[in-house]
Design a protein around this ligand. Structure first.
Ligand code: ARG
Length: 246
């Protein structure tokens, strides 16, 4: 065993200082995007993104507090310092990289079309002249805007993706274009809506990243270090399987 030193030769000043409390980062997420982020019955924010960032934080030694934040304005919340981090199934794009910094990619995605099951639509090009619902400012919005043109009056923009899907159910739009994971989750959980999905290789592959204010390398490095850690130790795969199966 260890021998105790006499008190006289071990001054109190040498006692280690208590570890500083870990920094708590404010995280913005648009929690109407199951299975990535949504609110449960108790109003708690839950989902794949939430589990991933919590695991990253645990690995890298920081803490996170999730704040439901409307998609519109979510990136500005970083610039204004209201949020330190945004995780919200955000696709890494060159345009967004001009104003934000992104972590390494943590998820692969693509756009997917949802239509009512009696629809004749079979491919993205069929949406050229149809009424299409999208969430404002998403990559789905960008894809449909590119197809129909900036001045098209057939693009119906909604502040959330569930609102666009509700409009599809009630017949106000002919299709919705949104991230595959969210569309698949919605169709599986709303059999009464009688939707089907259509994929198309026209849609570019997308990757989700975690966003911070441009130049916030201190936080970004911690995130990337934690992300590499949870990919290496199996935690990421565990979370992936929990939400998307093996
Ligand atoms: N991945 C798409 C984009 O970055 C949609 C993300 C929307 N996320 C959300 N939580 N509503 O544009």
């Amino acid at each position: 065993g260890k021998k105790e030193e006499p008190a006289a030769v071990e001054p109190a000043a040498s006692a280690p200082a208590p570890a500083p409390a870990p920094t708590v980062y404010a995280v913005g997420t648009d929690a109407a995007y199951a299975p990535f982020e949504s609110q449960d019955e108790k109003g708690e924010i839950v989902g794949f993104d939430i589990d991933v960032l919590k695991a990253i934080a645990a690995k890298a030694g920081f803490e996170v507090k999730f704040i439901n934040t409307p998609w519109e304005g979510i990136f500005n919340s970083l610039g204004q310092g209201d949020r330190d981090i945004v995780i919200s199934a955000v696709t890494i794009t060159d345009e967004r990289k001009q104003t934000l910094d992104f972590s390494d990619a943590y998820f692969d995605a693509a756009q997917l079309i949802a239509v009512r099951d009696n629809s004749k639509v079979t491919k993205f090009a069929d949406l050229k002249k149809l009424k299409v619902g999208v969430q404002t400012g998403t990559t789905g919005d960008e894809a449909v805007t590119k197809l129909q043109g900036k001045t098209s009056t057939n693009i119906k923009r909604f502040e959330s993706t569930p609102l666009a899907l509700k409009e599809l159910e009630s017949g106000g739009v002919d299709a919705v274009v949104a991230d595959n994971g969210v569309v698949i989750h919605h169709v599986a959980n709303n059999p009464g809506a009688k939707f089907k999905t259509i994929s198309d290789t026209e849609f570019a592959p997308e990757q989700y990243g975690i966003a911070v204010k441009k130049g916030n390398t201190a936080v970004l490095e911690k995130i990337n270090q934690g992300l590499a850690g949870i990919k290496a130790d199996g935690t990421y795969d565990q979370i992936y399987t929990k939400y998307f199966g093996a």
